[in-house]
Design a binder for this molecule. Structure first.
Ligand SMILES: [Zn+2]
Ligand SMILES: [Zn+2]
Length: 361
């Protein structure tokens, strides 16, 4: 079977021939991959900024945003059947006995850093025809989501942020109503997070680089958000233009924008960072004002990475909700589908919103 692999020592991306798995263990399932999304993480692996092959291997099979169909199950598998459509979780636990997070099945909170991530760090990914995984890492997706199931993984990042948000909101002895949110960055994760917040009846402003008459701006308006282009409004003008906001979801990966946006955070506000800074060098931020507001206004800033199985299951439920509430923008997120042969070119030249590699079924 074919797979797309990165050879870091040669700085080369190649389609390789691999031996297809033929058996499954008692609690394992075999998944025929249908679609794999690509994102900035894959491109960082190509640029050798991130990731590593499995120990002892010279190449890493790419692909961490996978959607497929169960084609075989082990005798002890309980949660899945042959024919089920599924998404695959990405992070695998470390082996350190004292890592409470991994021992509790929450490797997204791993404290040792010795976790592995399929298609990213120390474990092969899903950009291939067949994979075998323990059922615990495989999440069922209803047939009705066939066209958008590949979005479960990117949405799971926002879904985990939603779980964190719920945990923090429990500090209020009242029910917060009609909250306002600012989402930074109209990439796939920002757009999915904005949809999630709109579905939660939060008033959403999306702030991003694309012009106000762009396709992405129209998409945001079409699912009920308000779009503000960074070309029209400077970051430091934002609080004056849109008012204070109860939530900020950051998905731009720029520290100046992330911390600069805090001036727009309302009292008791919560800001969630999900992007990784691109490393553009020193950034000037007025830390006194930020610290003063954090203390005097009970504000929270937190980071979030990866997602647990529960957040994947939440992402599946949220996709079902999006299909009902705003099917057109949801389906519009996937802007291009290509074959495995076209994947190397696609990875080198990003375009559109979410690009997907499709395997013939
Ligand atoms: Zn990704
Ligand atoms: Zn761990």
């Amino acid at each position: 079977m074919r797979a797309l692999a990165m050879f870091p020592s040669e700085r080369e991306l190649r389609i390789v021939e691999m031996r297809a798995p033929t058996t499954v263990g008692p609690t394992e399932v075999m998944v025929r991959i249908r679609e794999v999304g690509v994102c900035g993480t894959d491109r960082e692996i190509l640029e050798l900024k991130h990731g590593a092959p499995p120990q002892g291997s010279e190449r890493l099979v790419l692909g961490h945003e996978a959607f497929g169909e169960v084609v075989a199950i082990g005798p002890d598998v309980k949660s899945l059947h042959v024919g089920d459509l599924v998404a695959l979780t990405v992070r695998r636990p470390c082996n350190v006995p004292t890592c409470a997070a991994c021992r509790a099945g929450r490797q997204d909170f791993c404290t040792t850093g010795a976790f592995r991530e399929c298609g990213i760090l120390g474990a092969d990914g899903f950009m291939t025809e067949l994979v075998v995984e323990d059922e615990h890492y495989v999440v069922p997706v209803p047939k009705a989501l066939e066209e958008v199931g590949v979005l479960v993984e990117p949405l799971s990042v926002a879904s985990k942020a939603g779980e964190e948000l719920d945990a923090i909101l429990r500090r209020y002895p009242w029910e917060p109503t009609r909250m306002r949110a600012l989402v930074l960055g109209a990439g796939p994760i920002g757009l999915l997070a904005a949809m999630m917040l709109v579905a939660r009846e939060v008033d959403v402003v999306m702030y991003s680089l694309e012009p106000a008459d762009s396709e992405r701006a129209r998409m945001v308006e079409s699912f009920g958000g308000t779009y503000v282009s960074a070309r029209d409004v400077q970051l430091d003008e934002l609080p004056r233009r849109i008012g204070k906001t109860d939530l900020i979801f950051e998905a731009v990966g720029h520290s100046g924008v992330a911390f600069g946006s805090l001036a727009a955070l309302a009292p008791n506000g919560i800001c969630i960072f999900s992007g990784l800074p691109a490393g553009a060098g020193p950034t000037e931020v007025q830390l006194d004002g930020i610290m003063r507001n954090l203390v005097l206004q009970n504000q929270v800033v937190l980071g979030t990475v990866n997602a647990g199985r529960r957040a994947f299951a939440a992402a599946v439920r949220q996709l079902e909700q999006f299909e009902t509430l705003f099917p057109e923008p949801l389906n519009g997120l996937i802007t291009e589908r290509v074959t495995l042969e076209q994947a190397p070119e696609l990875l080198r030249h990003p375009r559109g919103i979410k690009q997907v590699v499709t395997f013939a079924t």
